[in-house]
Design a protein around this ligand. Structure first.
Ligand SMILES: [Zn+2]
Length: 694
């Protein structure tokens, strides 16, 4: 029994965003962001019940509308007047671990090649046609699945192609994704492709919270009775949606209202024109929802609040949300009554005032995702990130006396109290650190891996159904048998046994575990700012490569797991920024802690290969006397014995160098890089982390 949509309390933005899409699917779906326990999923699942029911051709697996069946329907052709049935709008959930075939459907290549039959098993896209497709934890979905999903949503068509055999069917659905930003962000390119976005949080008002609990109790105690109590509201809501759909085609977007839409989008400096289109569509849908025939300023305001926030974010460290003051000003300035536009109208420079920076609107930002395949390092230059501002919003009221974003002499000339955290230097683009060998982990952009996509590297006898045919190997396998099989015509005679599966190689994401020395030996505040800046740069890189990240720090008497392995680079950056420094250097404790973290992660996520990044000057000191360096070497040996790929970032500075970090690198079986060798410009190419061999 689903919870009634009408009974959802609070969540006004979420309800409105869903309803606007229900009225006008052209708005382009909803991305819902919020922490766990905010009833995101409950609200989304409740929506389907208030959507108007759909009439379908009986027996058609593709949900054809009897009034206008798809002429190319694989279950067709449907005769006019074919039997029809009416069913509720579908709510289809896409599990995060779904395969590509599950999503788009699967072609039986074996039957196609050996019998010449186009046998297609529809996937979830077909099931969601004319309904809702819901992805919980959409931020954890593989990139290429997200691409497929968003392509289908944009085109209203699912397209499957294998070895020159293709199938196409209608797939128009309302796409809803939910995510917990603490578990990692969606890439900005994907964010942009959701029509609307909503941030949800548990209501603050105790009275509202009490009402949520009261209704939940009532629903749990008597689900049928609760649903019956809300049935009237649900029917009314469904009726209002249907009425708004009918009204929608007649709603007028006047030139004045359109000018307000474009003015608002320009004021928030969003890229491209998608934002303008979505805002206009959402404003029209809102007018229809409110029973109006013309778009008003209020419609534009509501639409902008839902359509623009996620289009302004450039990297995971930017704060979400929209500044109401800017919105009000943009609306006021473009209001036709108060302030008529100059005679020349909406001037030629509709691009708006750009900052004119060197990378402004460059060809390499926001471009289409090149996908996983054939990534041989060319993608290293694809994502230019603007300097983020981690903690720039003074999160959590952490006292920060140090000047932010400043390294250099000034910070040293006026030393801040020891306890204050040093702000990191601005991040830079790093070289790719790579795990050697070939993994089999989830799709990503770091290390080589066998994968569902990528370039063909060989052929194998298929273990299951053939999904990617290796043609030359198949022909070679079939060739010797042609005479025996009595081949006469031009075609090759294939049997199932001939078919060869292509082995593909792409890239995987890894677990990048940072072990950062935060002790006093790391030097001045300026030096620590540089170290933090370097780690921040590596974190940004990890975000772009779809890695999981974790952070172990050590200083004083012990090591601390500052951040258990997570998808949230944002959380890692925050921990790093707030990381206090100073004190002794328990290097061995840091390495042992890392060893323990990796051991647990190997159980939890065995296919994800780890990359250990140890950021240190190699020194080791402790409270009492003792062979601290020797202990550190032994801890390093333990990691080396477990064959963890590792890189040591040598932070030693000053005229006299001890070379301790390089020696640690040898114990770890790791590649050692100096801090200034991390930048992508320092030396060309990838750094393949060494791994202890024999
Ligand atoms: Zn059909």
């Amino acid at each position: 029994m689903t919870y009634p949509f009408s009974a959802v309390v609070g969540m006004d933005d979420l309800r409105l965003a869903l309803l606007l899409n229900a009225v006008s699917p052209a708005v382009g779906g909803v991305l819902v962001r919020g922490e766990k326990g905010t009833a995101k999923s409950t609200s989304v699942r409740a929506l389907a019940a208030v959507l108007p029911p759909v009439t379908v051709v009986a027996g058609c697996r593709f949900g054809c509308d009897p009034a206008s069946p798809d002429p190319g329907c694989l279950d067709g052709p449907h005769e006019p007047g074919a039997a029809a049935r009416t069913r509720p709008a579908a709510l289809v959930e896409l599990p995060v671990g779904a395969s590509e075939d599950r999503l788009v459907g699967s072609l039986d290549l074996e039957r196609a090649l050996t019998e010449g039959v186009k046998a297609f098993e529809p996937g979830l896209l077909a099931a969601a046609h004319r309904g809702v497709l819901y992805v919980d934890e959409v931020n954890l979905l593989h990139d290429h699945l997200v691409d497929l999903l968003l392509d289908a949503a944009a085109l209203g068509t699912a397209y499957v192609e294998r070895e020159g055999i293709s199938v196409r069917h209608a797939a128009r659905f309302l796409l809803v994704g939910t995510m917990n930003p603490e578990e990692g962000e969606l890439r900005p390119q994907l964010l942009d492709r959701f029509g609307l976005t909503v941030e949800v949080a548990a209501p603050r008002d105790p009275a509202v919270r009490a009402e949520v609990v009261r209704r939940r109790f009532a629903a749990d105690a008597d689900p049928a009775g609760f649903a019956a109590g809300w049935a009237g509201e649900e029917t009314a809501l469904a009726g209002r949606i249907a009425a708004a759909r009918d009204r929608l085609p007649g709603v007028v977007l006047s030139d004045a209202a359109l000018r307000q839409v474009t003015a608002v989008c320009a004021a928030f400096d969003v890229d491209g024109l998608r934002a303008d289109l979505v805002t206009a569509r959402a404003a029209i849908a809102h007018a229809a929802w409110c029973g109006r025939d013309e778009v008003t300023e209020d419609d534009v305001r509501v639409a902008a609040r839902l359509a623009l926030p996620h289009r302004r974010r450039r990297n995971p460290f930017d704060a979400p949300g929209l500044d109401d003051e800017t919105l009000d000003r943009a609306l006021e300035d473009s209001r036709p009554d108060d302030d008529p536009p100059p005679p020349d109208g909406d001037g030629p420079d509709d691009g708006g005032p750009h900052d004119g920076g060197p990378d402004d609107g460059g060809p390499d930002d926001g471009g289409p995702d090149p996908g996983m395949g054939g990534d041989t390092g060319g993608s290293d230059a694809e994502t230019q990130v603007k300097p983020p501002m981690p903690g720039g919003d003074e999160a959590a009221g952490e006292p920060t006396t140090a000047p932010r974003g400043e390294g250099g002499g000034r910070a040293e000339a006026a030393p801040a109290p020891d306890r204050a955290a040093v702000a990191p230097d601005a991040p830079f683009r790093t070289r790719r650190l790579e795990v050697p060998g070939i993994g089999a982990g989830a799709a990503g952009r770091r290390s080589r891996a066998r994968s569902e996509r990528g370039r063909v590297v060989g052929a194998t006898r298929p273990a299951g159904p053939v999904t990617r045919l290796h043609l030359p190997a198949t022909v070679l396998a079939a060739a010797p048998h042609q005479r025996a099989r009595g081949r006469t015509g031009p075609g090759l005679r294939l049997v199932r046994d001939d078919l060869r599966q292509a082995a593909l190689e792409g890239r995987e994401g890894n677990l990048v575990l940072f072990v950062v020395d935060a002790s006093g030996s790391m030097g001045s505040r300026a030096r620590m700012a540089a170290v933090k800046g370097a780690v921040l740069s590596l974190l940004l890189d990890a975000y772009q490569r779809r890695d999981k990240v974790g952070l172990v720090t050590f200083r004083g008497t012990d090591a601390d797991l500052a951040l258990p392995p997570t998808w949230s680079v944002e959380a890692a950056a925050a921990r790093l920024t707030d990381l206090p420094t100073g004190g002794r250097t328990p290097l061995a404790a840091g390495l042992l802690r890392a060893h323990e973290v990796l051991r647990i992660e190997r159980v939890r996520d065995p296919r994800r290969r780890p990359l250990l990044v140890v950021v240190t000057d190699g020194r080791a000191t402790g409270a009492r006397g003792g062979d601290h360096l020797g202990q550190a070497r032994r801890a390093a040996g333990l990691l080396a014995a477990s064959e963890v790929a590792a890189v040591v970032v040598d932070c030693e500075a000053g005229p006299v160098r001890l070379g301790l970090a390089a020696a640690l690198g040898v114990s770890l079986g790791a590649q050692t890089l100096r801090l200034d060798e991390l930048g992508a410009d320092a030396l060309a190419g990838t750094v393949r982390a060494a791994r202890s061999a024999a």
